[in-house]
Design a protein around this ligand. Structure first.
Ligand SMILES: [Zn+2]
Length: 272
């Protein structure tokens, strides 16, 4: 499932292709993707508009149009955007007839006299493209984004203190506490900070909070670099059960927490 770094990677690509571009045609190939808006209304609202900005908060993207209306995009489990030049047929996502495999919505845009297609692809169809005249609750209810807003230690401490019984890992994944952290970024940052993921969130002290904030930035930056093709594998614990800890050499272990599998180092990640 895409988390903050994956969605930020998508945002940067989309900004390159679509910022300042005029939407000249929209094809909704799967009507479920644009719910609750009717496809004809979606097409009508976007056609002829220019995209003025593409922002991200947590796992949500917001495309602003020149009439101040917006499209909110969530990639769900398997969504992403592809860029297709008119004559580009070397795309690895096996074109089926005219369309890409699992293509759901196609935007034809013009930018600097060039005409391109931006295609929303989503095999499992859990993503959404929501047209709205205003911000939606899924966007406004999000907590601060570590990359876009930075991490305010006092605000974070207050939010963590409020969660008496919940584990630190579960609270990190609560989108109203910090936006964009999922299973992978939570496991990685808690490893970096040396904190046992099961520790009660409310028990964190100032020194560990400082470490955790730095760890969050570290893992996000690492994953972003990996996505841009500059690192081998960004992960130190995720998917590494039974392998040695890269910090202390102990064997990594796995347990279930809130229905999610978590890998951690029993030697160098301590309870709070
Ligand atoms: Zn270790």
């Amino acid at each position: 499932m895409p988390e903050l770094p994956e969605v930020e990677h998508v945002r940067r690509r989309l900004a390159r292709w679509m910022k300042g571009a005029r939407i000249v045609r929209v094809d909704v190939l799967d009507t479920r993707m644009v719910r609750p808006t009717k496809p004809a209304v979606f097409v009508d609202a976007l056609t002829g508009r220019t995209v003025t900005s593409i922002e991200r908060r947590g796992k949500w993207l917001r495309l602003r149009l020149d009439d101040d209306h917006r499209v909110f995009a969530h990639l769900g489990m398997t969504g992403w955007f592809e860029h297709e030049r008119a004559a580009d047929r070397s795309n690895p996502h096996a074109a089926v007839g005219h369309h890409l495999r699992f293509e759901r919505v196609r935007f034809v845009v013009t930018k600097r006299a060039k005409r391109d297609a931006i295609v929303y692809v989503d095999p499992r169809r859990w993503g959404r493209l929501i047209f709205s005249r205003d911000d939606i609750a899924s966007w406004t209810d999000l907590g601060p984004d570590p990359l876009a807003d930075g991490i305010d230690l006092d605000a974070l401490a207050a939010r963590l203190a409020r969660r008496k019984r919940a584990s630190i890992k579960e609270v990190l994944m609560d989108q109203t506490v910090i936006a964009g952290i999922g299973n992978i970024q939570a496991a990685e940052s808690l490893w970096k900070a040396g904190i046992d993921p099961r520790s009660p969130a409310s028990r964190i002290g100032r020194a560990d909070l400082v470490k955790l904030a730095a760890a969050l930035r570290w893992t996000i930056e690492r994953t972003l670099k990996d996505l841009a093709g500059h690192a081998k594998s960004p992960f130190r614990v995720y998917g590494r059960n039974r392998l040695p800890c890269s910090r202390c050499g102990a064997t990594l272990e796995r347990f279930e927490l809130g229905g999610r599998t978590t890998t951690y180092c029993p030697a160098c990640q301590r309870p709070l």
